[in-house]
Structures are given as structure tokens and as C-alpha cells.
Design a protein around this ligand. Structure first.
Ligand SMILES: [Zn+2]
Length: 114
């Protein structure tokens, strides 16, 4: 995955689905999979970075530190941000769902809590 292929957002992020705190960043990136007929399907995935929930993730820590910088993210930091986002996505992008957590979130959604 190249840095240019990632659409990341910082200003309009949804709340973290795990803790409901504001997300630090969301990233939308290309993803492809084979459908039931065996054909490739091109699509997108989205990952959410949460300062509270993802702080222990090795690739998330330097990204969270940069985003939390009191100086903000200016032009010099942007050159560091792209590779940090790419490294973080490489670590978290292919995770499969935790089925128990997914079922719990689905139940919260059906109950109107999300
Ligand atoms: Zn969280």
C-alpha cells in the first residue's frame, strides 16, 4: 500500500466504537477480496485510531504522539505522518474481527446505543 492511496482524516472522525471517545484519526485504504465466484472485488476498508484504545499498539504510539503534539501537524510533520499511517495500517489493516466484540457491538447498534 502506498501513502498516496490512503485517505486519512483527522477533523471529522467518528467516536471510537470501543470506548466512544473521539478518534484521533481515521484512514480509508484500498482493499480487495475474492467473491464467491472467485472474481476479485475492489473496495475500501477503514481503520480508526483511538488514543485511548490503541495506545499499546507499537505502530500506533509514534502516530498518536505526533498527532498529540502541541504544535499540531504542520508541513514538517506531514512528511512523517504518511509513513507512520502506512506502518500503522500495515499492522492493523488485515485484522479479522473479534466475533464476540462484533456481536456485542451489533447488539448495541440494534438497541440504539451506537
Ligand atoms: Zn477507543
Amino acid at each position: 500500500m502506498t501513502t498516496e492511496a490512503v485517505d486519512w482524516r483527522r477533523a471529522t472522525t467518528p467516536p471510537c466504537p470501543r470506548c466512544a471517545r473521539p478518534a484521533a484519526l481515521t484512514a480509508r485504504y484500498p482493499h480487495r477480496w475474492r467473491n464467491a465466484a472467485g472474481a476479485w472485488v475492489e473496495g475500501w476498508r477503514e481503520a480508526l485510531l483511538c488514543g485511548h484504545c490503541d495506545g499499546q499498539e507499537a505502530t500506533a504510539r509514534p502516530l498518536l504522539t505526533l498527532l498529540a503534539s502541541e504544535q499540531g501537524v504542520g508541513a514538517p510533520e506531514l512528511t512523517r505522518l504518511g509513513p507512520l499511517v502506512t506502518a500503522w495500517l500495515a499492522a492493523v489493516g488485515d485484522r479479522t474481527p473479534e466475533w464476540g466484540r462484533l456481536a456485542a457491538e451489533a447488539a448495541r447498534w440494534r438497541a440504539g446505543d451506537l
